[in-house]
Design a protein around this ligand. Sequence first.
Ligand code: SF4
Length: 342
Amino acid sequence: MPSIQFQQGPIRPPSEADSLLIRTTQGCPWNKCRFCTLFDGMDFSIRPVEDIKRDIWAAKAFYKGRKFDTCFLQDGDSFAMDTQDLLDVLNTLKQAFPELKQISSYGRAQTMTKKSPEEMKAICDAGLNMLYCGMESGSIDVLQKMKKGITPKSILKSAEYAKQAGMKMMTFIILGLGGKELSDQHVNETAALLNQIDPDEIRILSLAVKPGTELDSMVEDGNFTPLTELEMVEEQRKLISLLESVNGNYGNYHSINLLMELNGKLPEDKPQFLATIDRYLALQPEQQQNFILGRRVHYYSQLDDMSNQLYFDTVQRELNKIEQSGTANIDDIFYQLRQRMI
Ligand code: SF4
């Protein structure tokens, strides 16, 4: 196989696994969020348009006639590009890959709100019709504590611009991002903002504190108390119960999440989501722990898997060993297991 003669960035959303990847920017224009190490050590830059266009044609040659329905523009924020340059890139993409139905990108609220509604419409009309928004929380206190550099106001405004332009919008939310200190604000204000935005899709992630991050230091210093797995389940229950005017997909696709079966559509699947969570919450504490460990060591993918007696007993033996060793609190073990997944 010939070597790739075009740039590929380090990240893409999991749902873009089969997409054509074209790199328009390198790194993240903000790169300061306390929980994030995605672009550590990488300065943000916007790639020259001629280089991006050369990459598009190089990708066309490399894939030898392969048809792509979707394309994702890497890395952190294509909206940081000058609008005319972005339109130039989109037009070239459509010439090279006329079958593309969806072109998507991450977009930071602070960057997108610098574009006019007319510019956003032109960008959408040129093909960039899907936006990934790392909102994480709708609470100003949480966003500030995490140094996200965006506000609920700017998130709402950018979402309005994107939707008015005709773009689809997928929004990421991180359970536990307020810690114990701001859990109520996190869940209440996130639900309120989601109700206002009504995104096409909500994707849930569960916080795992990466070693070496500023957030890790905050945990050490006692300025941030992470939620336990059980508390994150309770947080998600509250979030779902407060989503009243969201009409779109809701998903727990990342394996860092505990209840992977919470996938479907709001509002119709809301009763089923709540029933699944209640089924977990109704388990005896030892069974809840068995399920957490079983998920973290990959015996289970969903609650029903606990009915496999062989798996259940194997996980229970591991749980007993941990408890008998007395080396650490079981919640601390679960915290460390989650850290290993990022
Ligand atoms: S905006 Fe996103 S990529 Fe940039 S630092 Fe924050 S979480 Fe990381």
